[in-house]
Design a protein around this ligand. Structure first.
Ligand code: GDP
Ligand code: MG
Length: 207
C-alpha cells in the first residue's frame, strides 16, 4: 500500500537525493473544491488548472527551502485519493477503515494548511469540523495555517477577511487569504508554515 503511494509521487525537487538537514511532512485539508490541489501545484511547480479534477494524481510533492544555512525539505500531502478512500469506507459503514485512513494521512505531520473558499460560506463553516479532526489525529503541536482561498473572486465573496482572521486568532492559527489562480500569497503560506515548523523543532531540540 505504501509502495502504491510512492508510485504516484512526483518529486519536485531536482536535488531529491541531496542530503537535507530537516525533513517535514505537512498536510492539506479542507472541503472538496476549495483549491487545495491548485495551491499545492502552484507552490510545487507553478501551475494552475481551470478544470476541477478531483485528483491531479499527486499524493504529495516536495520542495526544498533554505533557512539560513539549513536545507529543509518539505513533503506536502494532498488529500487526493484520501477523499475517495474515506468515501468508500464510509459507504461500507467501516468506521475502523475510516479512522485508519484518516490517521495514516496525519501520521508524522508537523504542519497543516486548512483551506476554505471565500466564495463558499459552507466551506468556512466546515473549518471547525476540520479542526476537530486535526486535533484528534494530528496532535497538539502542529503548526496550522488557515487559508481563505480564491481571493481573486472578491465580487462573489461570502466570508469577510476579518472574520477568517478573527477566528484564526481565537484558535491560535496563522491566517492568510490566497489566490492560487493569481498566485497571490501561495508561496508565503507554505514558507510561513515551514519556517515556523523549523523554528519550533529547533527550540525543542535545544531544550
Ligand atoms: P480541491 O478539491 O480542494 O483540490 O480544489 P481544486 O484545486 O481542484 O480546485 C477546485 C476548483 O477551484 C477548480 O476549478 C480550480 O480551477 C478553482 N480554483 C482553485 N483555486 C482558485 C483560485 O484561487 N481562484 C479561482 N478563481 N479559482 C480557483
Ligand atoms: Mg484536490
Amino acid at each position: 500500500e505504501g509502495r502504491d503511494h510512492l508510485k504516484r509521487v512526483i518529486f519536485m525537487a531536482d536535488t531529491f537525493d541531496e542530503e537535507c538537514d530537516f525533513l517535514f511532512k505537512a498536510v492539506l485539508i479542507g472541503d472538496s473544491g476549495v483549491g487545495k490541489s491548485n495551491l499545492l501545484s502552484r507552490f510545487a511547480k507553478d501551475e494552475f488548472r481551470l478544470d476541477s479534477k478531483p485528483t491531479i494524481g499527486v499524493e504529495f510533492a516536495y520542495r526544498n527551502i533554505k533557512v539560513g544555512d539549513k536545507l529543509i525539505k518539505a513533503q506536502i500531502w494532498d488529500t487526493a485519493g484520501q477523499e475517495r478512500q474515506k468515501y468508500y469506507a464510509a459507504e461500507l459503514n467501516n468506521e475502523h477503515g475510516f479512522r485508519a485512513i484518516t490517521s495514516s494521512y496525519y501520521r508524522g505531520a508537523s504542519g497543516a494548511v486548512l483551506v476554505y473558499d471565500i466564495t463558499m460560506r459552507s466551506s468556512y463553516e466546515n473549518v471547525r469540523k476540520w479542526l476537530l479532526e486535526l486535533r484528534e489525529f494530528g496532535g497538539e503541536e502542529m503548526v496550522v495555517v488557515l487559508v481563505g482561498n480564491k481571493c481573486d473572486l472578491d465580487q462573489s465573496r461570502e466570508v469577510e477577511k476579518e472574520e477568517g482572521k478573527g477566528y484564526a486568532e481565537t484558535e491560535g492559527l496563522c491566517f492568510m487569504e490566497t489566490s492560487a489562480l493569481k498566485n497571490l500569497n501561495v508561496e508565503e503560506v507554505f514558507l510561513q508554515m515551514i519556517t515556523r515548523i523549523y523554528h519550533m523543532t529547533r527550540q525543542k531540540n535545544l531544550a
